[in-house]
Structure formats: structure tokens, C-alpha cells
Design a protein. Structure first.
Length: 416
């Protein structure tokens, strides 16, 4: 990676004129991005709108100075010390696969180049102890969570790691390692420790295998059947199987398998369960793109469908689902959750809510930075524009077929 690309792209798209400002008045079709697919153009426009304020501000060392920290009443002080790492970690987790695609001279390629340069610079600033935007990786429990989301993003876009200088890589490693002082809860949090170690294994050649193995074994023990894990020993009606558990479990085990430290059969069994859960997720999407609003963390909006988007990205869709119907379903969810009035404030920052600005939906651990987990719904943007996921004609998804009177095959549980 040429370290001069940041300055070069700043000349092409000046910092004073943000990407979102340049494209907001363009059509969502081919004219706006040079993309001959309205769904992909819409996804990209929305992801840029979400991600750009975060990576631009942190790349310029002004994230702490400019990002508002909305939170539950009385929680402002406690959330302000963790919300900035939340914002960048969660943004990178969803943006990464699209950044990993090749850079070219197309309109989309030029936008990707600029976002890529903003993102590596943002990460470099966030882990630089001399930076005014140096992020908190140690104080309180929350930094472990978002160190893990940042680590997950790096695994999804190794080019970001390669773009960092040796000193910046060293700072990043020290920041991830520093999160080890935080003891994870006996629930999905075990996977946050495991994900940090998986990234360290990938990029340094060594990660704490005990932390990874413990998280894996406990989740195997917490499996409840039919593609669903408990969040700890108990089962919860929420979307944590998609927010955290299945995506991280799959990618931690895949990292270990690639390093020759886990049997491929383990990954295959986890994938079969994830494919079943993907089927369930697709059926949860209503004909209008809404979905059942149960459980905690609904303010992550379309991020509730991370697992479905990841299965698409990794080309592991079960045979019961076509790429086109999943694209159509996810597009409907993104539109339903991201286009509602009040989703963004006047300066482009996300506000608490599921469908617009709904502050009461935010739990005490939710603040502005938390909301950027919505980005993980966009993982499938990591597939090139030529992939059938984008080029196949739009297709009704399961609930839309059922509730319009179309004939649909029955659904069945899996064993194991």
C-alpha cells in the first residue's frame, strides 16, 4: 500500500467536501456510482453515509471533539469514555469486506480508495498514545467488546493491517493486548476475548489459544438446537446469535483452522448450524422489511442480520435460499431501518432508535458509538458488483411470497 495515497485521494476528493455530500444529490442508480444495479448503489450510498463521519473525524484526530454521545439519562459520563472506540470498531467491522475489494478507477473504486485511506489513518490515530483521539482499550468492561469488533474488521480486511506502518502495527497490537485486563462475562463476551486473540494470531503469529478454546467449548456446550446458541447457559429471545455469537464463532474457528490449530470438521459443523440460522433470519424479515422487535439492543437496527449477510459474503448460503431473494430481503430491512426520519442527526451522526429516533429503545449500555453496529448488515458489499448476488433479478423473499399467496415449501428444524 502506497502511504501517499491518503494525500493523493484528498486531492481528488477534498476533505472539505465529504463523500456523502458529493453523492447525496445523485441518483441511487448507475449515474451516482457507475453501478448498474440499484440495490448495490443504494447499499453503498447508505454505508458511506454511516461510516464516513466516523472515519473522517478520527483520521483528522477530531472524533472526540465532534462526535455527540447520546445515551440513556444519567449514563452520559460513563458512556463518553467508551463510545468512540465503539464507533470505530463497529464501523470497521461492517465496512471491512468492501474495503478489501480491489481498487480501480471506477466511481465506486475511487470512493473505496478514499474510505480505505481514511480508515487506516483513523485506526492509526486511535491506537497512537500521542494522539488526542487515543482510544480507551482498558477502562471499564466495554472496551473489550469493541476491541473485538475492531479485530473482526481487521480479519475481514487484512489490507488495512498491511497499510499500517511498523510502528502503527505495534501500537495496534499493544492496544488489542491491553484489552486482556478486562474479564469477560460468562456469556457471549467470551467470544470478544477470543476474537481479539484470533486477530493477534493472524497478524503476529501468536494468540492466546486458551482464551479461544474456552470460548469455543463453552458455546458448544450452550448450543440449544436448531441452529441457535444460548447467550451463556440460558436462552434469550434476541438477536445476539447474529450480533455476536455465530459470526465471531465461525471466524475465530476459521482463523484457528487456517493456522492449523483446529480441525476442519469443527468449522463444518458450526457452519451447518449457521446456515440453519440464516434460513430462520431470512424468514424473520416481513414483507415490508420490518422484523420482530424483541430482545435487547434493537438500536443496532439492520445489524440484527449480520449473520445472514456474512453467510452471503462467504458464499455459504444454504440451498434453500437464493442469492437474489436474500439481497431483496436485506435491502428491504436496510431501507426500513436506515431511511426513517430521525435516523441521523443534522450533522450526519446516528441517533438511538430502530425506526427513526427512539431514545427509549436504548438500554443503559447504548450510546452513539454503539449504533454503528448497523454497519455489519452491509457485509455482502464485499462481493464484487459482478457477483450473482448483485446481478440476479430481484426476487420475493419467503414472507413476501407467503403473505402474497404464493406456494412455499415447508420449513424444518435440523438435528445436531
Amino acid at each position: 500500500m502506497n502511504r501517499r495515497t491518503f494525500a493523493r485521494m484528498a486531492a481528488v476528493l477534498p476533505a472539505s467536501l465529504h463523500i456523502s455530500e458529493r453523492v447525496s444529490d445523485q441518483s441511487v442508480g448507475a449515474g451516482g456510482y457507475g453501478i448498474n444495479n440499484d440495490d448495490r448503489a443504494y447499499w453503498l450510498q447508505t454505508l458511506v453515509k454511516v461510516a464516513e463521519p466516523v472515519v473522517l473525524a478520527l483520521s483528522e484526530n477530531r472524533l472526540k471533539a465532534t462526535m455527540p454521545v447520546e445515551s440513556a439519562p444519567g449514563q452520559e459520563a460513563g458512556r463518553k469514555v467508551v463510545s468512540h472506540l465503539e464507533a470505530i470498531g463497529r464501523t470497521v467491522a461492517g465496512l471491512a469486506p468492501w474495503l478489501q475489494l480491489d481498487i480501480d478507477d471506477s466511481p465506486e473504486g475511487r470512493i473505496r480508495q478514499r474510505l480505505f485511506d481514511l480508515t487506516w489513518k483513523a485506526i492509526a490515530n486511535g491506537v497512537d498514545p500521542k494522539s488526542p483521539d487515543y482510544l480507551n482499550f482498558t477502562k471499564g468492561g466495554q472496551p473489550l467488546v469493541d476491541a473485538a469488533f475492531l479485530a473482526h474488521g481487521l480479519l475481514r480486511a487484512p489490507k488495512l493491517w498491511s497499510a499500517l506502518s511498523a510502528d502503527e502495527q505495534s501500537n495496534l497490537v499493544q492496544a488489542l493486548q491491553a484489552s486482556r485486563v478486562i474479564k469477560p462475562g460468562y456469556n457471549n463476551w467470551l467470544l470478544f476475548s477470543a476474537m481479539v486473540e484470533a486477530a493477534l494470531l493472524k497478524f503476529t503469529g501468536w494468540g492466546d489459544e486458551l482464551r479461544m478454546d474456552y470460548a469455543i467449548r463453552q458455546h458448544l456446550a450452550w448450543y440449544k438446537g436448531d441452529g441457535v446458541y444460548g447467550d451463556g447457559p440460558d436462552f434469550h429471545w434476541d438477536y445476539y446469535n447474529s450480533y455476536v455469537i455465530q459470526p465471531m464463532l465461525l471466524d475465530v474457528v476459521k482463523t484457528l483452522t487456517d493456522a492449523g490449530k483446529a480441525e476442519k470438521g469443527l468449522y463444518d459443523s458450526l457452519l451447518a448450524r449457521a446456515q440453519r440460522y440464516a434460513i430462520v433470519q431470512e424468514r424473520l424479515i416481513g414483507p415490508d422489511g420490518s422484523f420482530a422487535a424483541f430482545g435487547r439492543s434493537l438500536a443496532y437496527r439492520c445489524g440484527a442480520f449480520q449473520l445472514l449477510s456474512q453467510v452471503v459474503l462467504q458464499k455459504n448460503l444454504p440451498e434453500e435460499l437464493s442469492a437474489a431473494q436474500v439481497r431483496s430481503a436485506l435491502t428491504a430491512v436496510i431501507r426500513r431501518t436506515m431511511d426513517a426520519p430521525g435516523t441521523f442527526d443534522a450533522k450526519g451522526w446516528l441517533q438511538i432508535g430502530l425506526c427513526g429516533h427512539q431514545p427509549s429503545i436504548g438500554e443503559t449500555y447504548i450510546s452513539t458509538g454503539s449504533l454503528y453496529l448497523c454497519s455489519v448488515a452491509f457485509l455482502a458489499l464485499g462481493l464484487p458488483a459482478s457477483d450473482p448476488f448483485w446481478t440476479d433479478p430481484a426476487t420475493d423473499w419467503t414472507s413476501k411470497k407467503i403473505w402474497s399467496g404464493q406456494d412455499v415449501k415447508t420449513d424444518h428444524a435440523i438435528k445436531g
